[in-house]
Design a protein around this ligand. Structure first.
Ligand code: FDA
Ligand code: NAP
Length: 428
């Protein structure tokens, strides 16, 4: 099929969210043309954290499609059947596959659907066409390092769906380098590191930190591992049934239609379902290692609770980490070969690709972008094309905004809204 001059949809970023959207568009009754622009060279779901034993944090049934269309051929169960693992998966009696297996599922879904993805394409801005008068029905997406030509080009679309993912966060004032890594790049850095690691520190009290400490303890049998944890010790992620309801599709309505007070309550009572917390299984695994370590008298796994990284300096080939201990209210230095900052992420920031359009969009009282229930950004009245957000909607749609839990349903809602908008455009 020849490429259209103007696509119905341009997706920015191609992680699980836009892969789920590509399937939802494909499963609509009316044809909708689409292109997806992804800066990486291939599909990659947090590859830097694909440590062998890491497991999913949602049920396999919260895959790309099932909550929207359980009969879709793109479900995780269809994947298991096609690769010949369905019976074994059931015998294994575990709702939570490894992240590696889920990555295999995402690759399978992409290969089966064959969406129009241009890899090696970084979107730098979205603009309205120059010199256009009256209502604007098309947007121009500016792409750098275009996978096809290696240059810069403009992609024209009637709708844009921004899905660029979480943004890695370092401790204030700390810059990454060859010995100071963010957890998002952990495995790439670890594999490329060509000097011995005898002493390593991992900062953070969340899932990333705990998984990395466990991995390093096993991968470096001679090394000392210093775990720098802001809490007294790793705290458990609440995944119990009542709390888990905040990730249900209905919870999006409760959050969206809620009052400022009820929205605050979601965060106050349920932040511990996801942030700065660790799965029980990993906590138990780590404590078992600490126990055995003590028993053997090796003492190479060291936990520094109530402690944060406050400064980092290079000292020859090593790193001097300044730590602040809240219990003693004092700082001290720790010299290590490598510091891993598993210090979390900021939410997706659509303004990074919206360019000048960001300043023209209406804001709420707190200065945040306004977003309709169908994830459509509220834009100036003369802009009739749709800009949709998959992520960065924690303030309007709640805690599942950055997660997989509601992907299938959200993609369906966005696809439906896009289809309705295109039909309305055609009538005009
Ligand atoms: P994702 O980040 O996956 O994809 C965004 C894509 O956009 C990337 O491929 C990026 O390269 C691309 N991009 C960014 N800027 C671009 C630009 N300017 N131009 C072109 N492309 C651009 N959640 C959950 O519910 N269960 C889980 O088990 C996990 N596990 C998990 C593990 C780890 C290590 C992390 C860090 C996070 C999770 N999460 C999670 C949360 C995570 O946000 C979620 O799993 C998905 O990655 C969200 O999918 P997205 O497609 O929105 O973002
Ligand atoms: P996170 O949950 O936000 O945790 C970041 C941690 O870093 C917090 O404990 C934070 O403490 C700490 N921190 C921040 N600044 C620090 C400093 N200066 N010194 C020491 N510690 C500092 O981030 P994450 O663990 O990367 O998890 C992010 C998301 O990815 C979550 O949704 C998580 O579930 C997901 N994830 C999933 C998997 C998986 O599926 N297996 C694996 C990894 C991550 P404060 O809270 O006190 O600031």
């Amino acid at each position: 099929m020849p490429e259209p001059r103007t696509y119905d949809v341009a997706g920015i970023g191609f992680g699980p969210a836009n892969l789920s959207l590509a399937i939802a568009l494909d499963e609509r009754p009316e044809p909708i043309s689409s292109v997806f622009l992804e800066r990486r060279a291939s599909l990659s779901w947090h590859r830097g954290m694909l440590v062998p034993s890491a497991k999913m944090q949602v049920s396999f049934l919260k895959d790309l499609v099932t909550f929207r269309n359980p009969a879709s051929p793109f479900g995780f169960v269809s994947y298991l059947r096609e690769v010949g693992r369905l019976a074994m998966f059931v015998n294994n009696q575990d709702f939570f596959p490894t992240r590696r297996e889920f990555h295999g599922y995402l690759e399978w879904a992409e290969a089966k659907l064959r969406p129009n993805v241009v890899y090696g394409s970084e979107v730098v801005a979205i603009r309205t066409p120059p010199g256009e008068r009256g209502p604007v029905d098309r947007l121009l997406v500016e792409v750098r390092g275009d996978g096809r030509s290696g240059g810069t080009r403009l992609v024209e679309a009637r709708n844009v769906v921004v899905s660029t993912g979480l943004v890695p966060r370092m401790p204030a004032g700390v810059e990454g380098d060859t010995s100071v890594w963010h957890s998002s790049e952990f495995l790439d850095r670890f594999r490329a590191h060509d000097r011995p690691i005898r002493r390593v520190a991992v900062a953070g009290g969340g899932q990333s930190a705990a998984e990395i400490v466990r991995f390093l303890y096993d991968a470096l049998p001679e090394a000392e591992i210093h775990a720098i944890v802001p809490a007294y010790g790793y705290s458990i992620a609440d995944s119990t049934p009542f709390a888990n309801q905040i990730f249900d599709p209905d919870a999006v309505d409760d959050y969206y239609d809620g009052t400022p007070r009820s929205r605050d309550a979601f965060w106050k009572y349920h932040k511990n379902t996801n942030y700065s917390v660790v799965d029980a299984e990993v906590i138990k695994d780590l404590y078992r290692r600490a126990y055995d370590d003590g028993l053997a008298g090796t003492n190479r796994l060291r936990f520094l609770g109530l402690t944060r990284v406050v400064d980092v300096k290079s000292v020859q080939n090593d790193v001097r980490v300044t730590l602040h201990s809240a219990s003693r209210d004092e700082s001290h230095d720790l010299d290590v070969n490598v510091l891993v900052c598993a210090t979390g992420y900021d939410p997706m920031d659509p303004c990074a690709v919206l360019g000048d359009l960001a300043s023209r969009c209406p804001r709420d009282d707190a200065g945040r972008l306004r977003v309709d229930r169908d994830y459509r950004l509220v834009t100036p009245p003369d802009l009739r094309c749709g800009i949709y957000l998959q992520g960065g909607t924690e303030h309007t749609h709640g805690l599942s905004s950055s997660l997989l839990s509601n992907l299938a349903v959200r993609s369906g809602e966005i696809a439906r809204s896009i289809a309705a908008g295109l039909a309305a455009q055609e009538k005009r």
